[in-house]
Design a protein around this ligand. Structure first.
Ligand SMILES: NC(=O)c1ccc[n+]([C@@H]2O[C@H](COP(=O)([O-])OP(=O)(O)OC[C@H]3O[C@@H](n4cnc5c(N)ncnc54)[C@H](O)[C@@H]3O)[C@@H](O)[C@H]2O)c1
Length: 443
Protein backbone atom coordinates (compact mmCIF):
# COMPACT_ATOMS: atom_id res chain seq x y z
CA UNK A 1 0.00 0.00 0.00
CA UNK A 2 1.30 3.46 -0.82
CA UNK A 3 2.63 5.76 1.87
CA UNK A 4 0.45 8.75 1.13
CA UNK A 5 -2.68 6.74 1.84
CA UNK A 6 -1.12 5.39 5.00
CA UNK A 7 -0.41 8.98 6.10
CA UNK A 8 -3.92 10.04 5.17
CA UNK A 9 -5.39 7.30 7.31
CA UNK A 10 -3.16 8.35 10.19
CA UNK A 11 -3.99 12.05 9.82
CA UNK A 12 -7.72 11.59 9.54
CA UNK A 13 -7.82 8.89 12.18
CA UNK A 14 -9.83 6.84 9.74
CA UNK A 15 -8.21 3.67 10.93
CA UNK A 16 -9.63 4.03 14.41
CA UNK A 17 -12.89 2.49 15.49
CA UNK A 18 -16.13 4.01 16.50
CA UNK A 19 -18.74 3.82 13.82
CA UNK A 20 -16.26 1.25 12.69
CA UNK A 21 -18.52 -0.95 10.67
CA UNK A 22 -18.69 1.71 7.95
CA UNK A 23 -15.70 1.48 5.62
CA UNK A 24 -13.77 4.73 5.70
CA UNK A 25 -13.18 5.18 1.95
CA UNK A 26 -15.64 5.55 -0.84
CA UNK A 27 -13.61 3.34 -3.15
CA UNK A 28 -14.05 0.50 -0.63
CA UNK A 29 -17.75 0.89 -1.13
CA UNK A 30 -17.42 0.72 -4.90
CA UNK A 31 -15.03 -2.15 -4.80
CA UNK A 32 -12.22 -0.52 -6.79
CA UNK A 33 -9.12 -1.02 -4.72
CA UNK A 34 -5.68 -0.10 -5.99
CA UNK A 35 -3.40 -3.07 -6.71
CA UNK A 36 -1.05 -1.90 -3.95
CA UNK A 37 -3.93 -2.08 -1.45
CA UNK A 38 -4.96 -5.64 -2.25
CA UNK A 39 -4.65 -7.92 0.77
CA UNK A 40 -4.19 -11.66 0.23
CA UNK A 41 -5.24 -13.86 3.13
CA UNK A 42 -5.20 -17.58 3.86
CA UNK A 43 -7.24 -19.43 6.46
CA UNK A 44 -5.78 -22.19 8.64
CA UNK A 45 -8.60 -24.14 10.33
CA UNK A 46 -11.76 -23.72 8.28
CA UNK A 47 -14.73 -25.37 9.98
CA UNK A 48 -16.48 -22.77 12.10
CA UNK A 49 -15.14 -19.51 13.54
CA UNK A 50 -12.16 -19.29 11.24
CA UNK A 51 -14.44 -19.44 8.22
CA UNK A 52 -16.72 -16.77 9.67
CA UNK A 53 -13.69 -14.54 10.15
CA UNK A 54 -12.56 -15.26 6.58
CA UNK A 55 -15.99 -14.26 5.27
CA UNK A 56 -15.77 -10.92 7.10
CA UNK A 57 -12.41 -10.40 5.37
CA UNK A 58 -13.86 -11.24 1.97
CA UNK A 59 -16.78 -8.88 2.53
CA UNK A 60 -14.21 -6.07 2.38
CA UNK A 61 -13.25 -4.94 -1.12
CA UNK A 62 -9.67 -5.67 -2.03
CA UNK A 63 -9.31 -8.67 0.28
CA UNK A 64 -8.71 -11.99 -1.47
CA UNK A 65 -8.69 -15.57 -0.26
CA UNK A 66 -5.64 -17.22 -1.80
CA UNK A 67 -5.37 -20.24 0.49
CA UNK A 68 -7.48 -22.56 2.64
CA UNK A 69 -5.87 -25.11 4.93
CA UNK A 70 -7.50 -27.86 6.97
CA UNK A 71 -6.67 -31.37 8.11
CA UNK A 72 -10.22 -32.45 7.19
CA UNK A 73 -10.62 -32.75 3.40
CA UNK A 74 -14.42 -32.75 3.69
CA UNK A 75 -14.37 -29.34 5.32
CA UNK A 76 -11.72 -28.05 2.96
CA UNK A 77 -13.76 -28.94 -0.11
CA UNK A 78 -17.02 -27.63 1.33
CA UNK A 79 -15.47 -24.27 2.27
CA UNK A 80 -13.59 -23.96 -1.03
CA UNK A 81 -16.97 -24.38 -2.74
CA UNK A 82 -18.50 -21.56 -0.70
CA UNK A 83 -15.55 -19.23 -1.40
CA UNK A 84 -15.88 -19.97 -5.11
CA UNK A 85 -19.69 -19.62 -5.18
CA UNK A 86 -20.05 -16.52 -2.99
CA UNK A 87 -16.85 -14.63 -3.78
CA UNK A 88 -15.79 -16.00 -7.17
CA UNK A 89 -12.34 -16.85 -5.78
CA UNK A 90 -10.40 -20.08 -6.31
CA UNK A 91 -8.26 -20.61 -3.23
CA UNK A 92 -5.32 -22.98 -3.23
CA UNK A 93 -6.02 -25.89 -0.86
CA UNK A 94 -3.57 -27.15 1.76
CA UNK A 95 -3.46 -29.91 4.37
CA UNK A 96 -0.26 -28.71 6.06
CA UNK A 97 -0.12 -25.11 7.31
CA UNK A 98 3.67 -24.99 6.83
CA UNK A 99 3.12 -25.11 3.05
CA UNK A 100 0.74 -22.14 3.35
CA UNK A 101 3.47 -20.10 4.99
CA UNK A 102 5.86 -20.80 2.10
CA UNK A 103 3.48 -19.03 -0.29
CA UNK A 104 4.95 -15.57 -0.87
CA UNK A 105 1.63 -14.25 -2.25
CA UNK A 106 0.03 -14.45 1.18
CA UNK A 107 0.09 -11.25 3.29
CA UNK A 108 -1.82 -12.51 6.31
CA UNK A 109 -3.15 -15.71 7.83
CA UNK A 110 -6.20 -16.34 9.97
CA UNK A 111 -5.59 -19.02 12.61
CA UNK A 112 -8.98 -20.67 13.24
CA UNK A 113 -7.71 -23.97 14.63
CA UNK A 114 -8.48 -25.36 18.12
CA UNK A 115 -6.55 -23.66 20.93
CA UNK A 116 -3.70 -26.21 21.10
CA UNK A 117 -2.87 -25.28 17.52
CA UNK A 118 -2.64 -21.47 17.91
CA UNK A 119 0.97 -21.03 18.98
CA UNK A 120 2.94 -22.82 16.27
CA UNK A 121 1.13 -21.42 13.20
CA UNK A 122 1.20 -17.91 14.70
CA UNK A 123 4.93 -17.93 15.42
CA UNK A 124 5.85 -19.62 12.14
CA UNK A 125 3.67 -17.11 10.26
CA UNK A 126 5.42 -14.18 11.93
CA UNK A 127 8.77 -15.75 11.06
CA UNK A 128 7.57 -16.04 7.45
CA UNK A 129 6.72 -12.32 7.41
CA UNK A 130 2.92 -12.61 7.56
CA UNK A 131 0.41 -10.68 9.66
CA UNK A 132 -1.78 -12.90 11.83
CA UNK A 133 -5.38 -12.89 13.04
CA UNK A 134 -5.34 -15.57 15.74
CA UNK A 135 -8.50 -16.68 17.46
CA UNK A 136 -8.89 -16.46 21.23
CA UNK A 137 -7.83 -17.68 23.72
CA UNK A 138 -4.39 -16.76 22.51
CA UNK A 139 -3.08 -20.26 23.28
CA UNK A 140 -3.73 -23.33 25.37
CA UNK A 141 -0.96 -22.75 27.92
CA UNK A 142 0.83 -19.92 29.69
CA UNK A 143 4.21 -20.54 28.06
CA UNK A 144 2.75 -20.62 24.55
CA UNK A 145 1.24 -17.17 25.21
CA UNK A 146 4.62 -15.93 26.47
CA UNK A 147 6.39 -17.11 23.33
CA UNK A 148 3.76 -15.64 21.03
CA UNK A 149 4.21 -12.23 22.67
CA UNK A 150 7.97 -12.59 22.37
CA UNK A 151 7.64 -13.50 18.69
CA UNK A 152 5.34 -10.55 17.99
CA UNK A 153 7.90 -8.25 19.65
CA UNK A 154 10.82 -9.81 17.79
CA UNK A 155 9.15 -9.88 14.36
CA UNK A 156 7.62 -6.48 14.91
CA UNK A 157 7.32 -5.62 11.21
CA UNK A 158 4.26 -7.84 11.31
CA UNK A 159 1.10 -7.52 13.38
CA UNK A 160 -1.08 -9.85 15.39
CA UNK A 161 -4.76 -9.31 16.12
CA UNK A 162 -6.17 -11.62 18.79
CA UNK A 163 -9.83 -12.54 18.17
CA UNK A 164 -11.28 -10.85 21.27
CA UNK A 165 -13.68 -8.94 19.05
CA UNK A 166 -15.60 -7.17 21.83
CA UNK A 167 -12.68 -4.67 21.83
CA UNK A 168 -14.06 -3.52 18.46
CA UNK A 169 -17.68 -3.33 19.61
CA UNK A 170 -19.25 0.10 19.76
CA UNK A 171 -21.26 -0.42 22.96
CA UNK A 172 -18.30 -2.09 24.67
CA UNK A 173 -16.24 0.98 23.75
CA UNK A 174 -19.00 3.20 25.14
CA UNK A 175 -19.09 1.28 28.44
CA UNK A 176 -15.32 1.50 28.68
CA UNK A 177 -15.45 5.25 28.11
CA UNK A 178 -18.26 5.76 30.65
CA UNK A 179 -16.17 3.99 33.29
CA UNK A 180 -13.04 5.96 32.44
CA UNK A 181 -15.04 9.21 32.47
CA UNK A 182 -16.06 8.42 36.07
CA UNK A 183 -19.79 7.90 35.40
CA UNK A 184 -19.99 5.09 37.96
CA UNK A 185 -17.33 6.57 40.26
CA UNK A 186 -14.42 4.45 41.41
CA UNK A 187 -14.62 0.99 39.85
CA UNK A 188 -13.55 -1.51 42.48
CA UNK A 189 -15.03 -4.79 41.38
CA UNK A 190 -16.25 -6.42 38.19
CA UNK A 191 -18.29 -9.61 38.39
CA UNK A 192 -18.16 -11.76 35.28
CA UNK A 193 -20.16 -14.93 34.63
CA UNK A 194 -20.89 -17.33 31.79
CA UNK A 195 -23.35 -20.20 32.19
CA UNK A 196 -23.63 -22.24 29.01
CA UNK A 197 -24.97 -25.69 28.28
CA UNK A 198 -22.16 -26.54 25.88
CA UNK A 199 -19.65 -26.46 28.77
CA UNK A 200 -20.57 -30.01 29.80
CA UNK A 201 -19.56 -31.48 26.44
CA UNK A 202 -21.47 -34.17 24.58
CA UNK A 203 -23.02 -37.44 25.78
CA UNK A 204 -20.26 -40.05 26.09
CA UNK A 205 -19.62 -42.22 23.04
CA UNK A 206 -17.07 -44.98 22.36
CA UNK A 207 -13.94 -44.38 20.28
CA UNK A 208 -14.36 -44.99 16.55
CA UNK A 209 -12.22 -45.23 13.44
CA UNK A 210 -10.90 -41.91 12.17
CA UNK A 211 -13.41 -40.46 9.67
CA UNK A 212 -12.40 -40.60 6.02
CA UNK A 213 -10.57 -37.53 4.81
CA UNK A 214 -9.34 -36.56 8.30
CA UNK A 215 -5.60 -36.38 9.09
CA UNK A 216 -6.08 -37.02 12.81
CA UNK A 217 -2.37 -37.09 13.60
CA UNK A 218 -2.15 -33.52 12.24
CA UNK A 219 -5.27 -32.54 14.21
CA UNK A 220 -3.61 -33.78 17.40
CA UNK A 221 -0.36 -32.06 16.43
CA UNK A 222 1.62 -31.26 19.60
CA UNK A 223 -1.05 -32.89 21.83
CA UNK A 224 -0.77 -36.46 23.20
CA UNK A 225 -1.39 -39.35 20.83
CA UNK A 226 -4.76 -41.06 21.37
CA UNK A 227 -7.50 -42.89 19.52
CA UNK A 228 -10.30 -40.99 17.80
CA UNK A 229 -13.45 -40.07 19.67
CA UNK A 230 -16.18 -37.95 18.04
CA UNK A 231 -17.01 -36.21 21.33
CA UNK A 232 -13.55 -34.67 21.58
CA UNK A 233 -13.09 -33.54 18.00
CA UNK A 234 -14.65 -30.76 15.85
CA UNK A 235 -16.24 -28.18 18.14
CA UNK A 236 -16.27 -30.35 21.29
CA UNK A 237 -12.46 -30.35 21.82
CA UNK A 238 -12.91 -27.29 24.11
CA UNK A 239 -13.77 -29.49 27.08
CA UNK A 240 -10.47 -31.44 27.09
CA UNK A 241 -7.26 -30.12 28.62
CA UNK A 242 -5.02 -31.16 25.73
CA UNK A 243 -6.89 -28.87 23.35
CA UNK A 244 -8.79 -26.27 25.39
CA UNK A 245 -9.65 -24.95 28.83
CA UNK A 246 -13.44 -25.12 29.09
CA UNK A 247 -15.80 -22.21 29.63
CA UNK A 248 -13.32 -19.94 31.40
CA UNK A 249 -10.84 -19.90 28.50
CA UNK A 250 -13.57 -20.07 25.84
CA UNK A 251 -16.35 -17.54 26.55
CA UNK A 252 -14.53 -16.41 29.68
CA UNK A 253 -11.67 -14.65 27.92
CA UNK A 254 -14.06 -12.42 25.92
CA UNK A 255 -15.82 -11.23 29.06
CA UNK A 256 -12.87 -11.12 31.46
CA UNK A 257 -11.12 -9.05 28.75
CA UNK A 258 -13.77 -6.32 29.24
CA UNK A 259 -13.10 -6.31 33.00
CA UNK A 260 -9.34 -5.91 32.37
CA UNK A 261 -9.86 -3.23 29.72
CA UNK A 262 -11.93 -1.11 32.14
CA UNK A 263 -8.68 -0.56 34.08
CA UNK A 264 -6.31 -0.86 31.08
CA UNK A 265 -4.75 -3.96 32.59
CA UNK A 266 -2.36 -5.71 30.20
CA UNK A 267 -0.54 -8.04 32.59
CA UNK A 268 -1.95 -11.10 34.36
CA UNK A 269 -3.36 -10.79 37.90
CA UNK A 270 -0.97 -11.32 40.83
CA UNK A 271 -3.37 -13.41 42.87
CA UNK A 272 -5.77 -16.03 41.60
CA UNK A 273 -8.11 -17.97 43.85
CA UNK A 274 -10.36 -20.66 42.41
CA UNK A 275 -12.61 -23.46 43.53
CA UNK A 276 -14.86 -25.84 41.64
CA UNK A 277 -14.46 -29.00 39.62
CA UNK A 278 -16.58 -31.55 37.82
CA UNK A 279 -19.58 -31.75 40.05
CA UNK A 280 -22.30 -32.87 37.67
CA UNK A 281 -23.28 -34.33 34.26
CA UNK A 282 -21.06 -37.40 34.52
CA UNK A 283 -22.77 -38.94 31.48
CA UNK A 284 -21.24 -36.16 29.37
CA UNK A 285 -17.69 -36.30 28.10
CA UNK A 286 -15.61 -33.45 29.52
CA UNK A 287 -12.44 -32.96 31.56
CA UNK A 288 -12.64 -29.19 32.01
CA UNK A 289 -14.61 -27.98 34.99
CA UNK A 290 -18.38 -27.69 34.87
CA UNK A 291 -18.40 -25.51 37.99
CA UNK A 292 -15.99 -22.69 38.86
CA UNK A 293 -15.78 -19.65 41.14
CA UNK A 294 -12.68 -17.51 40.65
CA UNK A 295 -11.29 -14.32 42.18
CA UNK A 296 -8.58 -12.35 40.36
CA UNK A 297 -6.92 -9.73 42.55
CA UNK A 298 -4.90 -6.82 41.17
CA UNK A 299 -2.40 -4.65 42.99
CA UNK A 300 -4.27 -1.43 42.37
CA UNK A 301 -7.26 -2.25 44.53
CA UNK A 302 -9.34 -3.99 41.92
CA UNK A 303 -11.04 -7.37 41.99
CA UNK A 304 -12.48 -9.35 39.10
CA UNK A 305 -14.57 -12.45 39.71
CA UNK A 306 -15.55 -15.21 37.27
CA UNK A 307 -18.29 -17.77 37.84
CA UNK A 308 -19.71 -20.54 35.72
CA UNK A 309 -22.05 -23.48 36.10
CA UNK A 310 -22.00 -25.30 32.77
CA UNK A 311 -25.21 -27.08 31.87
CA UNK A 312 -27.40 -24.42 33.47
CA UNK A 313 -28.26 -21.22 31.66
CA UNK A 314 -29.57 -19.10 34.52
CA UNK A 315 -27.43 -16.31 35.92
CA UNK A 316 -27.24 -13.05 37.87
CA UNK A 317 -29.34 -10.11 36.63
CA UNK A 318 -31.41 -12.69 34.75
CA UNK A 319 -28.60 -13.11 32.21
CA UNK A 320 -26.86 -16.41 31.49
CA UNK A 321 -23.65 -14.49 30.83
CA UNK A 322 -22.46 -10.95 31.38
CA UNK A 323 -20.58 -8.46 33.49
CA UNK A 324 -21.48 -6.16 36.35
CA UNK A 325 -19.02 -3.27 36.71
CA UNK A 326 -19.52 -2.08 40.30
CA UNK A 327 -18.59 1.54 41.01
CA UNK A 328 -19.24 3.78 44.00
CA UNK A 329 -21.91 5.76 42.14
CA UNK A 330 -23.54 3.01 40.10
CA UNK A 331 -23.29 -0.37 38.42
CA UNK A 332 -23.18 -1.13 34.71
CA UNK A 333 -24.63 -4.52 33.76
CA UNK A 334 -23.65 -5.56 30.25
CA UNK A 335 -23.76 -8.31 27.69
CA UNK A 336 -23.52 -8.49 23.89
CA UNK A 337 -27.05 -7.17 23.49
CA UNK A 338 -26.49 -3.94 25.39
CA UNK A 339 -26.05 -2.44 28.84
CA UNK A 340 -27.85 -0.75 31.70
CA UNK A 341 -26.37 1.77 34.15
CA UNK A 342 -28.12 1.50 37.54
CA UNK A 343 -27.35 4.49 39.80
CA UNK A 344 -26.79 4.14 43.56
CA UNK A 345 -29.31 6.06 45.66
CA UNK A 346 -28.18 9.11 47.64
CA UNK A 347 -30.32 9.10 50.78
CA UNK A 348 -29.48 12.69 51.78
CA UNK A 349 -30.12 14.26 48.41
CA UNK A 350 -32.98 11.90 47.64
CA UNK A 351 -31.59 11.42 44.17
CA UNK A 352 -29.54 8.99 42.13
CA UNK A 353 -25.78 9.39 42.48
CA UNK A 354 -25.38 9.26 38.70
CA UNK A 355 -27.54 9.27 35.57
CA UNK A 356 -29.34 6.06 34.59
CA UNK A 357 -28.70 4.86 31.07
CA UNK A 358 -29.75 1.97 28.88
CA UNK A 359 -28.74 0.80 25.42
CA UNK A 360 -29.77 -2.13 23.24
CA UNK A 361 -27.58 -3.24 20.36
CA UNK A 362 -27.67 -6.01 17.80
CA UNK A 363 -25.09 -8.34 16.45
CA UNK A 364 -21.60 -9.54 17.12
CA UNK A 365 -18.47 -7.48 16.54
CA UNK A 366 -16.50 -9.81 14.29
CA UNK A 367 -16.92 -7.58 11.21
CA UNK A 368 -15.55 -4.50 13.00
CA UNK A 369 -12.65 -6.49 14.47
CA UNK A 370 -11.71 -7.81 11.03
CA UNK A 371 -11.98 -4.31 9.55
CA UNK A 372 -9.59 -3.07 12.22
CA UNK A 373 -7.15 -5.86 11.30
CA UNK A 374 -7.35 -5.20 7.55
CA UNK A 375 -6.89 -1.47 8.07
CA UNK A 376 -3.86 -2.24 10.20
CA UNK A 377 -2.44 -4.51 7.50
CA UNK A 378 -2.85 -1.67 5.03
CA UNK A 379 -1.48 1.12 7.22
CA UNK A 380 1.07 -0.98 9.14
CA UNK A 381 -0.21 -0.17 12.63
CA UNK A 382 -1.04 -2.22 15.73
CA UNK A 383 -4.57 -3.66 15.81
CA UNK A 384 -6.83 -3.06 18.83
CA UNK A 385 -6.23 -6.45 20.46
CA UNK A 386 -2.48 -6.93 20.72
CA UNK A 387 -0.77 -10.15 21.82
CA UNK A 388 0.01 -8.53 25.20
CA UNK A 389 -3.73 -8.03 25.80
CA UNK A 390 -4.50 -11.55 24.56
CA UNK A 391 -1.82 -12.99 26.82
CA UNK A 392 -2.93 -11.16 29.99
CA UNK A 393 -6.44 -12.52 29.85
CA UNK A 394 -5.46 -16.01 28.62
CA UNK A 395 -2.87 -16.36 31.40
CA UNK A 396 -5.51 -15.31 33.94
CA UNK A 397 -7.99 -17.88 32.64
CA UNK A 398 -5.39 -20.67 32.50
CA UNK A 399 -4.22 -19.76 36.03
CA UNK A 400 -7.78 -20.20 37.31
CA UNK A 401 -7.91 -23.70 35.82
CA UNK A 402 -4.42 -24.47 37.18
CA UNK A 403 -5.42 -23.34 40.69
CA UNK A 404 -8.03 -26.12 40.74
CA UNK A 405 -6.12 -28.73 38.71
CA UNK A 406 -3.05 -28.43 40.95
CA UNK A 407 -5.09 -28.46 44.14
CA UNK A 408 -3.39 -25.21 45.20
CA UNK A 409 -6.61 -23.19 45.27
CA UNK A 410 -4.76 -19.92 45.81
CA UNK A 411 -1.91 -18.96 43.46
CA UNK A 412 0.49 -16.02 43.35
CA UNK A 413 1.71 -15.27 39.83
CA UNK A 414 5.18 -13.72 39.42
CA UNK A 415 5.12 -12.20 35.96
CA UNK A 416 8.85 -11.35 35.99
CA UNK A 417 9.86 -14.94 36.73
CA UNK A 418 7.04 -16.44 34.66
CA UNK A 419 6.00 -18.79 37.45
CA UNK A 420 3.73 -19.19 40.45
CA UNK A 421 5.71 -18.23 43.54
CA UNK A 422 3.82 -20.51 45.92
CA UNK A 423 3.23 -23.84 44.15
CA UNK A 424 5.57 -26.08 42.18
CA UNK A 425 2.64 -28.37 41.45
CA UNK A 426 0.99 -25.44 39.69
CA UNK A 427 4.23 -24.56 37.88
CA UNK A 428 4.16 -27.99 36.24
CA UNK A 429 1.21 -26.72 34.13
CA UNK A 430 2.95 -23.60 32.82
CA UNK A 431 4.97 -25.20 29.99
CA UNK A 432 3.15 -27.72 27.79
CA UNK A 433 4.83 -30.97 26.74
CA UNK A 434 4.80 -31.09 22.95
CA UNK A 435 4.55 -34.42 21.18
CA UNK A 436 7.42 -35.06 18.73
CA UNK A 437 8.17 -34.05 16.08
CA UNK A 438 6.50 -30.80 17.18
CA UNK A 439 8.51 -28.51 19.44
CA UNK A 440 7.53 -25.43 21.35
CA UNK A 441 9.10 -22.81 19.09
CA UNK A 442 12.22 -20.99 20.28
CA UNK A 443 11.95 -17.26 19.74
N1 LIG B 1 -14.00 -15.08 18.71
C1 LIG B 1 -15.06 -15.84 18.90
O1 LIG B 1 -16.15 -15.37 19.21
C2 LIG B 1 -14.93 -17.32 18.73
C3 LIG B 1 -16.08 -18.12 18.59
C4 LIG B 1 -15.90 -19.49 18.38
C5 LIG B 1 -14.61 -20.03 18.35
N2 LIG B 1 -13.54 -19.22 18.53
C6 LIG B 1 -12.18 -19.78 18.51
O2 LIG B 1 -11.89 -20.21 17.18
C7 LIG B 1 -11.03 -21.36 17.22
C8 LIG B 1 -11.69 -22.49 16.42
O3 LIG B 1 -12.92 -22.81 17.04
P1 LIG B 1 -14.05 -23.54 16.19
O4 LIG B 1 -15.29 -23.50 16.97
O5 LIG B 1 -14.06 -22.97 14.82
O6 LIG B 1 -13.46 -25.03 16.16
P2 LIG B 1 -13.80 -26.20 15.10
O7 LIG B 1 -13.37 -27.46 15.73
O8 LIG B 1 -15.20 -26.07 14.65
O9 LIG B 1 -12.87 -25.84 13.85
C9 LIG B 1 -11.48 -25.96 13.89
C10 LIG B 1 -10.97 -26.32 12.51
O10 LIG B 1 -9.53 -26.39 12.55
C11 LIG B 1 -9.13 -27.53 11.82
N3 LIG B 1 -7.77 -27.90 12.23
C12 LIG B 1 -7.38 -28.56 13.34
N4 LIG B 1 -6.05 -28.71 13.36
C13 LIG B 1 -5.59 -28.15 12.21
C14 LIG B 1 -4.29 -28.00 11.64
N5 LIG B 1 -3.19 -28.45 12.24
N6 LIG B 1 -4.19 -27.38 10.43
C15 LIG B 1 -5.30 -26.94 9.80
N7 LIG B 1 -6.54 -27.06 10.29
C16 LIG B 1 -6.69 -27.66 11.48
C17 LIG B 1 -10.20 -28.55 12.11
O11 LIG B 1 -10.20 -29.62 11.20
C18 LIG B 1 -11.45 -27.69 12.02
O12 LIG B 1 -11.90 -27.58 10.69
C19 LIG B 1 -10.84 -21.70 18.68
O13 LIG B 1 -9.63 -21.19 19.14
C20 LIG B 1 -12.01 -21.02 19.37
O14 LIG B 1 -11.75 -20.67 20.70
C21 LIG B 1 -13.66 -17.90 18.70
Amino acid sequence: MNNSRRNFIKKTGAATLGAASIPAFSHYLHGSVAPSDQVNVALIGCRNMGFGILQHHLNMPGVNCVGLCDIDKNILEEKAGIVSRDYGQQAKLYGDFRRVLENKDIDAVIVGTPDHWHCLPTIYALQAGKDVYVEKPMANSIEECNRMVKAAQRYSKNFVQVGQQQRSGQHWNQINQLIKDGQIGKLRKTSVWGNFNYGIGQLKKPDTAVPEGVDFDMWLGPAKERSFNPTRFHGSWRMFWDYGGGLVTDWGVHLIDMAFWAKDISTPPKTIMASGGNLSFRDHNHETFDTMSVIFQFEDDYTVTWEHTAGTQTGPWDQNYGLAFVGDLGTIVADRSGFKLIPEWDNDKKAGKTEPMEKQVQGENHAEHVQDFVQCIRNREQPVCTPEIGRAVAVAAHSANIAIRSGAGLLHWDDQQGRFSNSDTANAYVIPKYRAPWELPEV
